[in-house]
Design a binder for this molecule. Structure first.
Ligand SMILES: [Zn+2]
Length: 182
């Protein structure tokens, strides 16, 4: 469909609590998912970053996220909700397409269970852990639907660094080590 502008830090839409999607199979939702997919693909290709994107990042205040994991099928999640979280927490590097010039360390739950609907309206439940860094990715994207950004979850402000310093010092040991072509 279309590559949309990714809203940047400071745009109030990123701070809104998104609306629940009522008609999951509506054509608007399908179009929204296509735009999320095209936009994410474009960012991945041009910056080397982007495994997931949330609807408010393209200015749509609805509870939809889209994951594009390297080597896996496109994965839209409608009305995703974390229904269980492990007590164990981990500290991980994080970044966001809405402010890709800085990286930071944030705290997340190690494992979570997420309930969501697919585009046919079927409800699914998945357990996400450290495998493919899915747990932290889903927590990042679902936070967007509540107007929460990863900068809100920084463990220590001293970890905040520029993209260039992150790449020079830490990228090789982070989930962001994958290349743009994947
Ligand atoms: Zn983000």
């Amino acid at each position: 469909m279309a590559v949309r502008t990714v809203r940047q830090l400071g745009d109030p839409v990123l701070r809104e609590k998104c609306q629940e999607v009522e008609d999951v199979s509506a054509p608007e939702i399908r179009a929204l998912v296509e735009d999320l997919q095209d936009t994410l693909k474009y960012w991945r290709k041009t910056t080397g970053y982007g495994r997931g994107i949330a609807a408010p990042q393209i200015g749509v205040s609805q509870r939809v996220i889209f994951l594009g994991l390297p080597g896996e099928a496109p994965w839209p999640l409608v009305n995703p909700k974390i229904i269980d979280r492990s007590a164990e927490r981990i500290v991980v590097w994080d970044a966001c397409l809405s402010f890709l010039s800085i990286f930071m360390q944030v705290e997340r739950n190690r494992d979570i269970t997420v309930q969501y609907q697919d585009l046919e309206g079927q409800t699914h439940q998945i357990k996400a852990g450290e495998l493919r860094d899915l747990s932290e990715l889903l927590q990042h994207e679902i936070d967007h639907l509540d107007g929460i950004l990863c900068i809100d979850r920084v463990t220590d402000l001293k970890t905040v660094c520029t993209k260039e310093e992150f790449e020079k010092r830490y990228r090789a040991t982070s989930p962001y080590a994958t290349t743009a072509s994947q």
